[in-house]
Write a protein that binds this ligand. Sequence first.
Ligand code: BGC
Length: 766
Amino acid sequence: MDEALRPTPDATWVLEHDGYNVLTESALESRFALSNGFLGVRASRAVSRGPTWVSWLGYVKWASWPRCYVAGLFDRPNTEPPVPALVPVADWSRVRIVLDGQPQLLADGKTLLGCRRLDMHRGLLLGELIHRSTNGITVEGDELRLVSLADRAAAMQILRFTLDRDGIDVKLEATFAMAGMGMEPERMEPNLGAWRAEGSGKGVAMAGHATLRVGGAVLVPERPFSLRWIWQWRSIAGQRVELDRLVAVARADMPGFDPAPVAAAALERNRVLGWRGMLAAHTTAWRERWQAGDIVIEGDEEMQRAVRFAVYHLTSAANPQDERVSVGARALTGDAYFGHVFWDTEIYLLPFYTAVWPEAARAMLMYRFHTLPAARAKAAAMGFKGALYAWESADTGEETTPARVVGPDGAMVDILTGSMEIHISADIAYAVWQYWRVTGDDAFMRDAGVEILIETARFWVSRAVAEADGARHIRHVIGPDEYHEDVDDNAYTNVLARWNLARALDAVAMLRARRPEHAAAMAVKLRLADSELDDWRDAAARIPTGLDPATGRYEQFAGYDRREPIDLRQYADRKVPIDVVLGRARTQASQVVKQADVVALIGLLPEAFPGAAAEANFRYYEPRCAHGSSLSAGMHALVAARLGDTAMALRFLRQAAEADLEPDPNSAGGIRIAGLGGVWQAVVLGFAGLDLGGEAISLKPQLPPGWRRLSFAVRWRGRALHLGITGRAVRVALTEGPATAIAIAGTTHQLSPGAALEVNVPTRVS
Ligand code: BGC
């Protein structure tokens, strides 16, 4: 085997899967997906793909779901529900091998080896295949596929194989299957296709190039159609066949813009590099990202691999070069949620990007800045001021939550999140503030962040109207716990709304103090009067929080405590979500929580839970949570770790980490990227106890049993740091940037460039 096609030798960098199972194939394709934040390719097999769908008595399940996505390529397809969705582009990795007139199909003959490996270190999908056809011919080969991190427009595939017989008529077809599905073709040339989405007018071009060598000699293909190559020859046993295929993709956001020359240029520059050059640039780009983002856990190999899996997908999902897109709930790895962006990005993903890859975080926040007009329009349409961001957002930022979907029992269910799950506006404000605190990116704050803070604050002020009791209630909402719809005064929403207002006031004051001319221009542009700020102060003080000062506990929403308590331990063995077991009506009338809600608030705003309040709230809500969302376990792990309950934290961390690593059919629609962001947060913000939001970096480590050493890198205000935590000590190195202070377990130390700081502190609770 060529060295390039060999996986990284350390098993903690490689996920391996041998065999084929119709029920879990689609989840595997998500798990092993490749992406660079612009292109995303599911890990479908290239040869002998297997069925793409399976039907059993009245319902259809997807088996293989070969898809390539382009970030931001949205259209409103003619489907139900009629909301914008990512339009898949051509499935460019498929290869057909026909031997003596018989196509090699999984269903026929015998697959002796069908191994796929995700080499996370190098960002590669590697395959090995030994297949014996019904007429006894054995194909033995391997494959390498990548989506370039060095040049996001480009992807490639190397496929090699031998046959064990002489004199077989071999036909090999390299196709771009399903090209332009759901789009109108605009250009079809031998090496290039361009399509236009009917509704949105967005365009995409794909350029391709393929070379086949048989026994080292280049074979001339037939070119019957655009982006299709067919080669035919007579086999010699053991003779090496090598297919190199290169693809380049460009997106056009405007109807008048032709993406074809951009794709053609990307193809050309990568052709010049050649596949080894492309591979080298790609693996170098991955190495750099791992230097910035790797987490090393010594003493727990399983968690080590799981955490790398999380960082692998987080790294794959982002594109710091594109401010017009953000990361969808399943990133670019599957169809579920149509590529829509939720609060997942700001609350579950941004902490990772902000600390590890600020350029990517900035681009995602700029996406929110560019979609402010749509958020303003949504608020206005509902009769409010300022900006109410879409609960589900595609390219324009308009609300794209479906109005109705088919529920688990087959009946249509109205979806209220689009109008009621308004905490999204405060979540975005929260991420803006955190990004600025951690990076010190004043230019972003001045040019985009302040405006987001002001407009979201304005929304809360108009939404929270004073009532007879003197309070400014926020009624008819859905909090993160979506089992309870149309509730009043959700603590998560209200506390974050108050916080949003307070930070908007801070931001305006800061801008006035530091950049008065800019503040004056902003006041004119946004028609911001001083009297308005008084109203913000009033709302920040009078929005009810649900806090009981006697117990320090927040009531999740008005009337929550009076709902039916349910002992979830009695349902521990259930195989389906609790709302399916109990039924929607009973779930809504109960205290069962879908996912971290008040617990998420503890995670985000620890200052709102002084003294024993965090413990009191966590112990109350944790047993009431049914974890009906993949977002939940990671947030519980983070909070439990901060509270020093490392055993419970580790249990939740494993739950969060396993979600997409186990053969869970729920990942068929794509990996749950927010859950993976939660894994990173639980380890770095939880077990390491890192806080980058203050005036100095602070670390309060509490390692779980079994972990000998935890180390990782972060960036903070123009500096790069490397932190290593063992059971007895913390070691910090400032690898880039000026001297600074760091608080370790409550004591402040000075960090100088180049010199590592080593502090002996106990980092285990028990
Ligand atoms: C969760 C939401 C989440 C969405 C997308 C839902 O099941 O309850 O919090 O934003 O999935 O991941």
